[in-house]
Design a protein around this ligand. Structure first.
Ligand SMILES: [Mg+2]
Length: 419
């Protein structure tokens, strides 16, 4: 049996935990750079604000309905996510973190008669201990548990938990469930299916499996089987480490100054290195990429990605920053406005389990101690208290004009109570 725990309107819910005056009113959170709506309270949904809508298009509505608008505060959301996931870990036999606000639950060994109580209890505990409302859907497969979790949001009477295991219940739900809302069926496949008059999950599972496979490949067939109650996507225990670590951003403005881009890349490389050490990994390869604004006509366009193979697998911020900045420096062209850059680390292995290089003349132990100290200081005094000089003193210019305090990760931002 599988479950899916999904935080309701997650970013908005995080904002509400520390600012209860936001309860009951329309609230939205914007993407990086204050571009589009990426999280909406139910009240915001009710007045017709769509997911992904650019904020400039709804200025009037925001004003008229007095919608509260926030820049995304990932320091806060990341920490709140961690709190929710840790609670889930205690409450269920196993969890697979799927995204910042979702986790699959391994319910093997739990008696059917206990599922409803277990799910309901978890939503209550998480709300009480973290302040975040969570919906939990339970069913025979991952895909069906996703559907069950969606039902919770649609029907408040379910009280945030839905166990859907009786065949009769499943059929009833699938008959009404729109094809485009099924997990794993993208826009292209939805269109294709709709053009074949298949517009619900129910009609989809009536299809011939060979036809499904021929039109939608093996992954489509797996979704088909899952909807028929046959588990085809395994539970992945992701205490496992990441095979790739990526940090990338779009800039608020197109950057023409090479120095600014190089500093940004240094910053991304440092952030990747820190994530790498967190999972006790070392990387042997990095890819650095830069691109110009693809939406701007009449300006020169460029996309560059450079692969760097490290001589020795490393987790050192200084090594990684140095190699990535050198690589990006070699490809930047003058007169081009760069809109986005990023760093991806790969070929990751566990530190201490990779063969060393006999000819490496670096004092690796000293480097290791230095990195440990760097991480400890930054953990204690806040991100980037210490950083590589190549990152510059330049703060990346994002538009973040409506940012709430980082209530849980920065001492100065901690909530103050008058008594
Ligand atoms: Mg969610």
């Amino acid at each position: 049996m599988f479950g899916l725990a999904d935080c309701n309107n997650f970013y908005v819910s995080c904002e509400r935990v520390f600012n209860p005056s936001l309860n009951g009113i329309p609230v939205v959170v914007l993407s990086n750079n204050d571009g589009c709506v990426i999280s909406r309270s139910n009240e915001a949904k009710d007045i017709g604000i769509k997911m992904g809508e650019p904020i400039f298009k709804i200025r009037d509505l925001v004003k008229k309905e007095n919608v509260k608008v926030f820049s995304s505060n990932f320091a806060l959301y990341g920490d709140m996510s961690w709190r929710v996931m840790e609670r889930l870990r205690l409450l269920f036999p196993g969890i697979e973190v799927y995204s910042i606000d979702e986790a699959f639950l391994n319910l093997n060994g739990v008696k059917s008669s206990e599922l409803k109580n277990m799910a309901h209890n978890a939503t209550t505990v998480i709300k009480r201990e973290t302040g975040i409302p969570v919906s939990i859907g339970v069913s025979k497969t991952k895909t069906l548990s996703k559907i069950a979790a969606k039902l919770c949001k649609k029907y408040p009477a379910l009280n945030n938990s839905c166990v859907m295991i009786e065949k009769r219940d499943i059929s009833k739900v699938l008959q009404k469930f729109p094809i485009e809302d099924i997990w794993g069926i993208g826009r292209q496949y939805s269109k294709m299916l709709q053009s074949n008059n298949i517009d619900t999950a129910w009609k989809f599972i009536q299809c011939n499996p060979d036809w499904v496979k021929s039109k939608m490949s093996i992954v489509g067939l797996k979704t088909y089987k899952e909807l028929n109650g046959e588990p085809s996507f395994d539970f992945e225990d992701n205490t496992q480490d990441k095979k790739q670590i990526c940090t990338s951003r779009s800039f608020a403005n197109d950057l023409y100054e090479h120095e600014e881009i190089i500093m940004a890349v240094a910053k991304f490389a440092a952030s990747c290195a820190q994530k790498l050490r967190k999972q006790r990994g070392v990387a042997s390869r990095a890819v650095v990429f830069v691109l110009t604004n693809p939406f701007k006509d009449n300006t020169p366009r460029d996309y560059r990605s450079i692969v760097i193979n490290f001589e020795n697998a490393t987790d050192s911020t200084f090594d990684i920053v140095r190699m990535c900045t050198k690589a990006v420096t070699s490809v930047l062209k003058s007169g081009y406005g760069y809109k986005k850059a990023g760093v991806i680390l790969s070929e990751i292995s566990i530190k201490g389990e990779t063969p060393g290089n006999l000819f490496c003349d670096k004092d690796l132990l000293a480097e290791g101690r230095l990195m440990k100290t760097l991480d400890e200081i930054n953990a204690k005094y806040g991100r980037e208290t210490l950083y590589s000089a190549s990152q510059g003193v330049y703060k990346m210019r994002y538009n973040m004009n409506m940012l709430s305090p980082r209530f849980t990760t920065i001492w100065d931002d901690i909530i103050k109570v008058k008594i």
